[in-house]
Design a protein around this ligand. Structure first.
Ligand SMILES: Nc1nc2c(ncn2[C@@H]2O[C@@H]3COP(=O)(O)O[C@H]4[C@@H](O)[C@H](n5cnc6c(=O)[nH]c(N)nc65)O[C@@H]4COP(=O)(O)O[C@H]3[C@H]2O)c(=O)[nH]1
Length: 707
């Protein structure tokens, strides 16, 4: 509905009447048109002469008398000659205000509306009431619309607010708002978690109300800083303690301004970097530390030794590099499994930590090798540390209830005395370590210049060994084994000899390890096997022939084929061939090597366990394979017949062998007394200088019979 703004909006355009119109005519018009309330009387120019109002007119004309009296008279006799008149474009509100104040009663009779002074229509209180009603309706409608707008806006703002709240509550970063006096206005759940507080406990409070003084001071300081600068402040890393644990957080503080532009609040956004920092630290740890022992790894060692050597150079310091190697790690690893090996390494790492001083560095270089960089003032300091290390390693390790002894060898090189660069220093400490190991392990040794010569000699020997085969410098010697029951020689052990063109006879103890290290043991061992079979096949008596097989000959799996070839080429009965292996064959890759042993045994070849008692002599090895013979190491025989320890060990081995149905043979028998003692302990065979030294010629033994 159109709102009535001007008088023209409520004007009824009723045709006017003229002065010559009679009252009877007017009466008829009123009678015929009940809506007609007011009539204007105008002259021919449209000028208003007066106004007839229905009710007062009808009052006069209602009776017959009235009609008779006034009926034929001109309308001018009954008209209001001074009616309320108003211009059409007058604002309705102004007209109403003015009329109600001054001529309210006239308003009830109706009024004339003019346009530029000429008649334009009439107005009635009814039209005014209608307009007012419309106005009222309009404003009611407007109000209703406004109310629904308000409801919609408030719902929208509520939605916005809850949308924002959801974001703030779920954002994985702290949102903390404080007022300009540093009182908490808002904190989200991530913030509660980060600071270890509850929203209900902190809102309205300052940092000093909430946190311990030191922490509160830190927060307040940064709040002040951001308020003073008025700019966003980034705090890359801040350590906070949330009552449970230390956390590392990154904070961004921003000033929020009020409508007047003055700082109103401080918004702090915080990201918890604790996990990220821990992950970074873990990555750095993995890159530089051995995960098993927690000691430095080879990468970190390289860095540390370079640093230490540059200190040596710049400040005239001295350092000792200790290279450590566990003596029995491989044995432990192979016989008790990798988990036991790992546990041993961990415990070794712990013990090493106890030996060193602050500033010294320990690394696990790989496997069972460790290195210590020690700051020293004099070589004596290095000796003390090495002795300490050997001492702490002496006591047995408890690995899941099993007591194990590891032992350690330590090689030491000094800087700047022995070498000033990392590579040379390490290889010299290694040389010293090598010396310790070759001298029986479980000791320490400083590097000496002559060790270089030893290495040189070893390299030379390796070179010469390569030509020894083609130059036919090898020869086999044979040592007899006597059956103690029958007193007859029953077999011979083939022992390799190297007739060096310049150095004369080189002992196998000297060159076999070099052959093993260089891989030459393969072709040399093959030659021994073929030569032993070839010669044995030609012996006048069908003695057995025993051949030493190095653990390294098991590696490539070709042993069964080589044995077969040697037997075939020589024509030797497989039952006359005996292979002597040591426990280490079963320690290393037990399954693979047992398969090889079984294949060889299936050919009819006998298998003997050599040097029994020197390694990790374990009943499990004897159970793992049906050995034909156990050879007791000469180190036990040497101390017979008086040494009680040797006697008990040999007796124990003998009992064990008897239980398993295996014969025992004693090595290194040099005296009659030893022989008698062995006989008394059920030893079935003996070998040693007493019976015969290793020799190239064996025929003489055909007749030997020892009583
Ligand atoms: N003191 C003393 N020693 C005695 C006595 N009876 C024998 N021997 C020595 O004891 C060693 C016995 O050999 P082994 O324990 O198998 O120990 C052997 C064996 O492990 C290794 N070897 C020798 N020949 C070969 C070979 O062809 N292949 C391999 N892989 N190793 C070999 O070299 C080691 C040393 O051999 P050899 O020097 O020939 O030393 C031999 C032998 O000469 C005695 O009554 N008193």
């Amino acid at each position: 509905m159109q709102k009535a703004a001007h008088v023209s909006d409520i004007t009824d355009t009723v045709d006017p009447v003229f002065p010559q119109t009679t009252n009877s005519q007017i009466y008829d018009s009123f009678r015929d048109n009940s809506d007609l309330l007011v009539l204007a009387v105008v002259d021919t120019c449209g000028r208003v002469l007066g106004l007839i109002e229905r009710h007062s007119f009808n009052l006069k004309m209602a009776s017959e008398y009235g009609r008779a009296l006034f009926g034929n008279k001109s309308v001018t006799t009954m008209m209001d000659t001074c009616p309320l008149t108003v211009e059409a474009e007058t604002p309705l509100r102004d007209f109403m205000q003015a009329t109600l104040a001054e001529r309210a009663s006239e308003l009830l009779r109706g009024f004339i509306v003019t346009r530029d002074g000429a008649y334009a229509g009439v107005g009635t209180t009814l039209s005014i009431l209608k307009a007012m009603n419309d106005d009222l309706q309009d404003s009611l409608l407007q109000q209703r619309e406004m109310v629904s707008d308000l409801i919609r806006l408030s719902a929208e703002s509520e939605r916005h607010q809850s949308f924002l709240n959801t974001i703030i509550d779920n954002i994985p970063a702290m949102v903390l708002v404080k007022d300009a006096h540093s009182r908490v206005k808002l904190i989200n759940p991530a913030g509660e978690d980060m600071l270890g507080v509850k929203r209900s406990d902190v809102v309205g409070k300052t940092s000093h109300d909430i946190f311990p003084a030191e922490q509160a001071d830190t927060f307040t300081r940064s709040d002040r800083r951001v308020l003073a600068s008025g700019e966003a402040v980034m705090i890359e890393e801040e350590a906070i303690y949330n009552g449970v644990r230390q956390r590392t957080v990154q904070l961004k503080k921003t000033v929020l301004r009020g409508p007047d532009g003055a700082p109103d609040s401080i918004l702090t956004l915080g990201i918890d970097l604790t996990e990220q920092k821990a992950a970074e630290a873990r990555i750095a740890q993995l890159a530089h530390y051995d995960p098993l022992t927690g000691l430095g790894n080879r990468t970190l060692y390289t860095h540390e030794i370079e640093q230490a050597l540059s200190r040596v150079q710049r400040h005239g310091h001295h350092l000792a590099l200790h290279c450590l190697d566990l003596d029995r790690f491989k044995t432990v690893n192979d016989s008790f499994g990798h988990l036991a090996g790992d546990a041993l390494l961990r415990q070794v790492g712990e013990r090493l930590r106890l030996c060193v001083r602050k500033g010294d560095f320990i690394a696990r270089m790989g496997g069972d090798e460790f290195a210590i960089i020690q700051n020293i003032e004099r070589p004596e300091d290095a000796r003390c540390l090495a002795e300490r290390v050997i001492e702490v390693m002496k006591s047995p390790f408890d690995i899941n209830g099993i007591r194990l002894e590891a032992g350690v060898s330590v090689g030491i090189a000094l800087a700047p005395e022995d070498a000033a660069d990392a590579n040379n220093l390490l290889s010299r400490a290694d040389l010293a370590l090598y010396r310790v190991k070759s001298e029986g392990r479980n000791g320490w040794c400083f590097y000496h210049a002559e060790m270089d010569a030893v290495v040189q000699q070893r390299l030379e020997m390796e070179h010469e060994l390569r030509t020894a085969l083609s130059e036919q410098q090898f020869q086999l010697h044979f040592q007899p084994l006597l059956n103690l029951d029958s007193g007859e020689v029953v077999s011979f052990e083939a022992l390799l000899r190297w007739h060096h063109p310049h150095r004369g006879m080189v002992s196998p103890g000297e060159f076999i390890p070099v052959a093993e290290d260089s891989g030459l043991i393969g072709p040399i061992g093959d030659w021994v096997l073929r030569e032993a079979c070839r010669q044995a096949a030609q012996w006048p008596t069908p003695w057995r022939i025993a051949v030493n097989i190095s653990p390294l000959q098991f590696r490539d799996g070709s042993l069964p084929r080589l044995v077969k070839d040697a037997l075939k080429a020589s024509g030797l009965d497989p039952r006359r061939l005996e292979l002597e292996i040591t426990e280490s064959v079963l320690l290393a890759d037990e399954k693979h090597n047992l398969k090889i042993l079984n294949t060889v045994r299936d050919m009819g070849v006998r298998i003997a366990m050599d040097d029994f008692g020197t390694g990790y002599s374990s009943l499990s090895y004897l159970r793992a394979f049906p050995f034909d013979k156990i050879k007791i190491d000469q180190s036990f025989v040497r101390d017979l017949p008086h040494d009680q320890n040797a006697l008990s060990i040999i007796r124990a081995i003998s009992d064990m062998a008897e239980a398993l149905g295996v014969h025992i043979t004693a090595e290194g028998v040099e005296t009659e007394a030893q022989m008698e003692a062995l006989k008394a302990m059920n030893c079935r065979e003996a070998q040693g200088y007493l019976i015969g030294r290793p020799a190239a010629a064996i025929e003489a033994y055909a007749a030997v019979k020892v009583a």
